[in-house]
Write a protein that binds this ligand. Structure first.
Ligand code: ZN
Length: 347
């Protein structure tokens, strides 16, 4: 095997990423080495590309970025059992500790010492990735590398959507980015009645309607109250999935929810934001913050959903060879794209 690989790295504390030649990672006894075939570009990668305050305060330099991937195991550490060379895999990019109360209770996604590949540790935008065997998720044949590369954000969507029972419920999704769109698709797939998705970006709303059987609403042009009455909902939405981090969207969600409604929050506001708490109290609303994916319950559920007909492939709007990563980031930065997938197998 080669000892050098191509990798997309932050090489200086400034905007942009650079394609570099880096040593192929050496694995430890509990790790596997994965040959990366496809990777997805995440909103997190855009923060890192832009080198905003969060990125500058979080990401060490130099660092290979990227955390959404699918590939194939090429090497197994001495202690690794239950996996094999040639196995097609994706994996959880959150590396967790084993000593916290939550970890020891099996709630691995709540471990406070979590470190992220491509954020705190060397990442997946590379021809090879070292990953603890514990984090590996084998891919069944029905899930190809392209969809395998977006399981991380699909997992965010599934984790958020399955926070509450959606069967027969009316669901409002605020924010039609790729994760919002996939959450709406999951809500539809598991048996929600009305699924409405809001945004102010017409391209994203059009994509939402293409990916899932949902009602897109451009809140800059349409009145949500009117939509509620058009759909014949008497009292409003039962469940809200907030995916935008936008204060106005959250206000609108609280306003349009039924008494006792429930909200799962995945969107991250840019800073502290004013919330009308009295409205939330008087409407007896339950709010749940959602972080990452449940390790590994969300992975189990989403693979089962995909095997059972959930189709999110159309949320991928752009595909580029890894060498053309600039075009991929341009597509993301345009604000008009869905998921962008980079192919690491081509030259
Ligand atoms: Zn991601």
């Amino acid at each position: 095997m080669q000892n050098e690989m191509r990798a997309l790295a932050k090489t200086a504390p400034a905007p942009g990423l650079e394609m570099i030649s880096a040593p192929v990672p050496e694995i430890r006894p509990d790790d596997v080495l994965i040959r990366v075939n496809k990777t997805g570009i995440c909103g997190t990668d855009i923060h890192i590309w832009n080198w905003d305050d969060w990125a500058a305060g979080t990401v060490p330099v130099p660092l290979i970025t990227g955390h959404e991937f699918a590939g194939e195991i090429v090497e197994l550490g001495a202690n690794v059992t239950g996996l094999f060379r040639g196995q097609r895999v994706s994996g959880e990019g959150h590396l967790i500790g084993t000593q916290s109360r939550q970890s020891r209770a099996g709630k691995f996604h709540l471990d406070p010492g979590t470190r992220g590949i491509g954020v705190n540790e060397q990442g997946a935008f590379a021809e090879y990735l070292r990953l603890p065997a514990f984090n590996v998720v084998p891919l069944p044949n029905e899930i190809d590398d392209e969809v395998g590369a977006i399981l991380d954000p699909l997992g965010n969507a599934v984790h958020t959507a399955l926070s509450f029972d959606l069967i027969g419920e009316d669901v409002l999704v605020t924010g039609a980015g790729p994760i919002g769109i996939m959450a709406a698709a999951v809500a539809r797939n598991v048996g929600a009645r009305h699924v409405v998705i809001t945004d102010v970006n017409a391209d994203r709303l059009a994509l939402a309607a293409e990916v899932a059987d949902v009602r897109p609403v451009n809140v800059a042009e349409e009145d949500l109250t009117q939509v509620i009455s058009d759909l014949g909902m008497k009292e409003g939405f039962d469940i809200g999935l907030e995916m935008s981090g936008n204060q106005i969207a959250l206000d609108q969600m609280v306003e349009s929810l039924v008494m006792g409604g429930r909200i799962a929050l995945l969107g991250i506001p840019p800073g502290k934001s004013p919330v009308d708490w009295s409205r939330i109290v008087f409407k007896a609303i339950t709010i749940k913050g959602v972080y990452g994916r449940e390790i590994f319950e969300t992975w189990y559920k989403m693979i089962a959903l995909l095997q059972n007909g959930l189709d999110v492939r159309r949320v991928i709007t752009h595909r580029f060879p890894a060498a053309d990563y600039r075009a991929g980031f341009d597509a993301m930065l345009s604000g008009k794209s869905g998921k962008v997938v980079l192919d690491w197998t081509a030259g």
